[in-house]
Structure formats: structure tokens, C-alpha cells
Design a protein around this ligand. Structure first.
Ligand code: MN
Length: 397
């Protein structure tokens, strides 16, 4: 059978990202692949006996078990499907294996174990440092020597489309020395990408940088919602806490690292050169265009190639003390800002900390998008979207 991919679709045969979906007809969440405007139901396809591994992994409500089979299985499964989609001879695919993507409900694709957020965009770290600390010494001394990060909260990671409730928090009003407990007035988004860990690593053993990408299953879009006023009061000296843990949104489709291979690029020159355990050769970055829409208006465009620290460097550093990682762990990049004023990945930067524009209002919808390549080689991430709901007064509960 033949599947037509609409022009401009993120989900070409070159992409084939994995996700978890359900349909009105079959409400149990199961594994699928996005293809054009359809979803290939992998659980249904597997009943034809076309795969030679334990296909019960496709009938589970997360991709963790499938990912745990390892790249030797997941890469081969994807390329088998790629072949069947493009050559109908000997293809087990039938129209019953495909569902209309727009009638499906998309779920969180993995059960996230641990979640880490890095701070790997030099432009973002510089912009924030200028505003919050010292304009002349925006970057702290460690920044160019290691990928700075913090351990985040996995419980509040939600799939695209989930509304985001404006959080209450402790805030220090301007000019006051006494904090108040109230809804945030400085609700923001952060334009990020995240990668999903595809292989457990042993405790006590760092992942060498040359092997780091073998531990990356794939990537998705990530919006690290942030309450800047809560964040500003609480973050000293241990870093982000409740200003970010109320919600983070991910796109529903995980783009396998393999799909991004043709789009590798060299990252920015690293000066000073990193220590040996963080040193890479060759292109370890990816050229993926990013955009932010606020209420359907594009307000920023950026690119993952602007990141200073690569995913391999982030993972090598994360495990450099022997900290292990597990399948389903999520590592986010940090806000990806570019060099120009229309390439900033947060309202904090786009509005100069609220001086040239507003932070998010109730009812606002923020949508992040990403893609690379074009035509029938386009590899897109779809979108991650979220609408802001008004705060709930805790006194009324
Ligand atoms: Mn962040």
C-alpha cells in the first residue's frame, strides 16, 4: 500500500518518530509512529508476526520497554518499517494498521525517571547573567568549563496540550524586604530540546564522551515553564526549585537520534578548551530550526546549533562522578537562545525582563516547533503547546 505524505509534513519517511497514542475505537494507549497525517499502529502491525522480538512492548502505555530492548532492536525495527512504507512488495502493512493522527489522543511517550535541565546556551546564560547579576561579568567562572545543570522534577512533566495552571509562590515585591505568597506575575516559557536516555549505565562508571550518543534514544521538544519572580527569590544559593517544578511540557513524538544523522554540524568553538573527558572531535551538534508562537504569532526563531555544550558533553559530564542514568531519564538543553534579539528563547530575554513587553497572561497559548531538512527529507518534531489557566486561590480549596 502507498501512503501520501502531505507537503510540508514534519513526519516524512526519513523521520518516523515514536510515540504513545490511543483512539476512540481502542482506548488503551499503545506504541505508534507518526507518518504524514497518520499514525502507524505498531501494536496492530506486530500481530502480523513481522518483527522478531517480544512485541508485547508495543502494547504498553509507555515506550520504556521498547527502548530498553536497545538500539540493535529499535534501529532495526525503524528501518524495517521505513522499507515497508516505501516498497509495498512483501510489506505486511495494510490500511488497518494506520489511524488518522487528528482523531488520536497522544500521551506522554515515556515514563520519565529522572529529569535534568542544563543551561547550555551561551547566549541565554549571558543574557540572564547581564539582567540578574553583573552586566560586565555575565557568565560565572565555571560556565565555560562544564555544562551547568540542575536536577528537576519528573512528576510534573506533561504532554503537549495539557493546560498549565499559573502557580502560586513566595515572591519578594519590588522595594520590600518581606515576601508574600501570591500567583506569579512573571510566568514565562523556555524554548528547549530534551533527549531521552536509551540505555542504563552502571553506577560508579562514567560514560566516556565517545560512547555518550549510544545512550541517547531520541529527542523531543521541551517547554520548561518558569515563574521568574518565584525563581528570583528562591534560587540563591542552590538553584531553581518551585519556580520551575510546577509544569514542564514535552512534544508527543520522540525523534530517534538516527533520523538526525544527516543534520550534524560543528558546534561553536569552545574556548577555553574543555577538559579531556569533555573533549569531542567532529560534528556533535545538530542543525534544527526552532520557533516560538505566542497566540499564533511567531515571536522567536532559534536553532539547536547555537548550543555551546553538545548532548554528548552533557551526558559525559552528568555521569563523570559515577552517577548512573536509566532508560526514560530526560535531559533538557536549557533555553536555546541565538545571537539576535529575535532568536531569544524566553520572554525574560525577549521583553528585557518585562520592560518591553508582558510575561504570559491567563489564556495565552505558547507553541514550540522544530524541524530540519526539507521536502521528503524533512525531519520535524511536531509541536509542544500549552495554554495558561488562571491560578487557583489555595484559600478556596
Ligand atoms: Mn530551563
Amino acid at each position: 500500500m502507498r501512503i501520501d505524505i502531505p507537503a510540508g509534513s514534519d513526519f516524512t519517511f526519513a523521520n518516523l518518530p515514536f510515540g504513545i497514542f490511543s483512539t476512540p475505537g481502542t482506548s488503551s494507549p499503545r506504541a505508534g509512529m507518526a507518518v504524514g497525517d497518520r499514525i502507524l499502529d505498531l501494536a496492530a502491525l506486530a500481530t502480523t508476526g513481522c518483527f522478531d522480538f517480544d512485541v508485547s512492548v508495543f502494547s504498553q502505555p509507555t515506550l520504556n520497554a521498547f527502548i530498553s530492548l536497545g538500539k540493535s532492536v529499535t534501529v532495526r525495527a525503524r528501518s524495517q518499517v521505513q522499507g515497508w512504507l516505501q516498497d509495498s512488495t512483501n510489506s505486511p502493512l495494510t490500511p488497518e494498521h494506520l489511524v488518522d493522527r487528528h482523531t488520536a489522543t497522544l500521551h506522554l511517550p515515556v515514563q520519565v525517571g529522572d529529569y535534568t535541565d542544563f543551561y547550555s546556551s551561551r547566549e541565554h546564560a549571558t543574557n540572564v547573567g547581564r539582567m540578574f547579576r553583573d552586566p560586565d561579568n555575565a557568565l560565572l567562572p565555571n560556565w565555560c568549563h562544564l555544562p551547568v545543570g540542575y536536577h528537576g522534577r519528573a512528576s510534573s512533566i506533561v504532554v503537549s496540550g495539557t493546560p498549565v495552571r499559573r502557580p502560586y509562590g513566595q515572591i519578594l515585591p519590588t522595594g520590600s524586604d518581606t515576601p508574600v505568597y501570591q500567583p506569579t506575575n512573571r510566568l514565562d516559557f523556555e524554548l528547549e530540546m530534551a533527549f531521552v536516555i536509551g540505555k542504563d549505565s552502571p553506577k560508579g562508571v562514567p560514560i566516556p564522551i565517545t560512547e555518550a550518543e549510544g545512550y541517547i534514544f531520541g529527542l523531543l521538544l521541551f517547554n520548561d515553564w518558569s515563574a521568574r519572580d518565584i525563581q528570583r527569590w528562591e534560587y540563591v544559593p542552590l538553584g531553581p526549585f518551585l519556580g520551575k517544578s510546577f509544569a514542564s511540557s514535552v512534544s508527543p513524538w520522540i525523534v530517534p537520534l538516527e533520523a538526525l544523522e544527516p543534520f550534524r554540524v560543528m558546534g561553536p568553538e569552545q574556548d577555553p578548551p574543555p577538559l579531556d573527558y569533555l573533549r569531542t572531535r567532529g560534528p556533535a551538534h545538530f542543525d534544527v530550526g526552532l520557533s516560538v508562537e505566542l497566540n499564533s504569532e511567531t515571536i522567536a526563531r532559534s536553532n539547536t546549533k547555537y548550543l555551546y555544550w553538545s548532548m554528548a558533553q552533557q551526558l559525559a559530564h552528568h555521569t563523570s562522578n559515577g552517577c548512573n542514568v536509566r532508560v526514560g531519564d530526560l535531559m533538557a538543553s536549557g533555553t536555546i537562545s541565538g545571537p539576535d534579539a529575535d532568536s531569544y528563547g524566553s520572554l525574560l530575554e525577549l521583553t528585557q525582563n518585562g520592560t518591553t513587553g508582558d510575561f504570559l497572561q491567563d489564556g495565552d497559548t505558547v507553541t514550540l516547533r522544530a524541524y530540519t531538512g526539507g521536502g521528503d527529507q524533512r525531519v520535524g518534531f511536531g509541536e509542544v503547546t500549552g495554554c495558561i489557566q488562571s491560578a487557583i486561590n489555595p484559600d478556596t480549596l
